[in-house]
Design a protein around this ligand. Structure first.
Ligand code: KIV
Ligand code: ZN
Length: 514
């Protein structure tokens, strides 16, 4: 019997700390529900003390998700712990994750606290968190650069105070795999009460070693790993969930642990996060990149056809890649549509939700004759047609024209807080003209940081998924749009981002000094 490796997903917290990856409450709930489908054990839903929006998001996730434990992050201070405790209240199973830095550089320069004060505060924080829940995780931040004797001291005290999980963060991604593994071995061997807590690895990818370090920790006693989808996270990101899970599954010969992850949901989860944040997945990204299972060279193709395992160590279907077969068309009925979605793991809570998607499917089928699984997935994950909270702008109509040797033109009609407004603009191309026309009505002053379009399937009638990132006064918002017409898809994404940037609030960063 293998040990259970707890998968702790922090896409909604550490992932969201990635500049430009901030998400709305609705987006966080959608990702959390997909994480639940993935059978992630713990979802770190945010840092409730960061802002009212973060608090509401954690609370909403705790209310919506039933199967996974919902965790809120808190610095070792009263306000953070109380807010985290209140935010996770609706959860069936709730956890508080409290942390304080333990490396000499962080204690001296950031916290301006002595090691004795840090131990005292850690003990206080764990005890205070236990007033809200029995499930308390403690992290000595920057453990990778902390003194091992001091780590032993603070961790022993935290466990005595009631911490049930001890997370060892390599906060700056400095560790080497052999060192990080030895650190776990030494901590577990030396700390007298180490058997009273689960040890967890939390790695950053600054040297590209987050997954390797996490795997080394597991080989040396870690029984929880903290990861994010697509490796999203600050700077170079965190341990990629999909790589970690598939390494453990594929190499059961070297690991004495297994996860409960439903790997068939990995690709859908990866796409959802990429779509919502606007962070594209590189084609050669392991597991979820477009080329991860593509065999380009003749020798490889020949080998795979003769015997799949000559070049494939995993089955593409096991992580959710389909065979791209045509599934539906405009004559497909509601039942066939529902059945196919269920086969793809997409289940709706209400009839209304299913009806809305079916209407969008019919509209798509009128414009695109062959509907593939990827189209269905895009249709479900596209949120540009959904009202965002406090919606200010909505596209009513768009007309564009382009002619060789002439400037492109766009005519836009927008719904702006109850009024219909019209504008016309010229630009270097139809998308440029459309954005200029919209901006002339909205006057947001936001600058365009990113614009990207990718086709969901092959062919010129493919759905185009567009991501737009806007920046205004240091705030960033991502918008998404999807349509077979890439100009419409672009306009939807731009308006989606404008609605968000106009409602964004300022957040605290958890790792800033208290
Ligand atoms: O990287 C880090 O140290 C963290 C802590 C808050 C656990 O994210
Ligand atoms: Zn981190």
């Amino acid at each position: 019997m293998k040990d259970h490796l707890i998968v702790f997903d922090t896409t909604l917290r550490d992932g969201e700390q990635s500049p430009g990856a901030s998400m709305t409450k609705e987006e966080k709930v959608r990702i959390a529900k997909q994480l639940e489908k993935l059978r992630v054990d713990v979802i770190e839903a945010g840092f409730p003390a960061a802002s009212q929006g973060d608090f509401d998001s954690v609370h909403a996730v705790a209310s919506a998700v039933k199967e996974s434990t919902i965790c809120g992050l808190a610095r070792a201070v009263e306000n953070d712990i109380r807010k985290a405790g209140e935010a996770i209240k609706p959860a069936n199973s709730g956890r508080i994750h409290t942390f304080i830095a333990t490396s000499p550089i962080h204690m001296e320069k950031k916290l301006r606290m002595t090691p004795d004060e840090v131990v005292e505060r850690a003990v206080w924080a764990v005890k205070r968190a236990r007033d809200f829940t029995d499930d308390v995780e403690f992290s000595p931040e920057d453990a990778g650069r902390s003194d091992v004797d001091f780590l032993c001291r603070v961790i022993e005290a935290a466990i005595n105070a009631g911490a049930t999980t001890i997370n060892i963060p390599d906060t700056v991604g400095y560790s080497m795999p052999h060192q990080f593994g030895s650190l776990f071995k030494e901590l577990i061997e030396r700390i007298p009460n180490s058997d009273k807590a689960i040890f967890s690895a939390h790695c950053h990818n600054d040297l590209g070693l987050a997954v390797a370090n996490s795997l080394s920790a597991v080989r040396n006693g870690a029984r929880q790993v903290e990861c994010t989808l697509n490796g999203l996270g600050e700077r170079a990101g965190n341990t990629a969930l999909e790589e970690m899970v598939m390494a453990i599954k594929t190499r059961q010969d070297v690991f004495d642990v297994d996860t409960r992850i439903n790997t068939k949901e990995i690709l859908a989860a990866s796409r959802l996060v990429s779509n919502i944040t606007g962070f594209a997945v590189q084609p050669n990204k392991a597991i979820v990149g477009a080329n991860a299972f593509a065999h380009e060279s003749g020798i490889h193709q020949d080998g795979v056809l003769k015997h799949r395992e000559t070049y494939e160590i995993m089955r593409a279907e096991d992580v959710g890649w389909s065979t791209n077969k045509m599934v539906m068309g405009k004559h497909s009925g509601r039942n066939a549509f529902k059945t196919r979605l269920e086969e793809l793991g997409m289940v709706f809570e209400t009839e209304q939700e299913l009806n809305d998607v079916f209407v969008r499917f019919k509209e798509l089928a009128d414009r695109k004759h062959e509907i593939y699984d990827e189209d269905l997935q895009s249709l479900i994950t596209d949120n540009s047609n959904q009202r965002v909270e406090n919606e200010i702008y909505r596209l009513i109509a768009l007309k564009v024209s382009t002619e060789t040797g002439e400037a492109s033109k766009a005519e836009v009609t927008l719904w702006v807080e109850g009024k219909e407004l019209y504008a016309m603009a010229e630009g270097g191309g139809v998308v440029d003209a459309t954005f200029k026309a919209i901006e002339s009505l909205v006057k947001s002053g936001a600058s365009l940081e990113l614009y990207s379009v990718s086709n969901v399937t092959n062919g010129t009638d493919s759905l185009g998924e567009t991501s737009v990132r806007l920046e205004k006064g240091g705030r960033i918002a991502n918008g998404q749009g999807s349509d077979t017409d890439i100009v419409l898809s672009s306009a939807k994404a731009y308006i989606n981002a404008l609605n968000k940037i106009c409602g964004n609030s300022v957040k605290k960063h958890p790792q800033a000094s208290v």
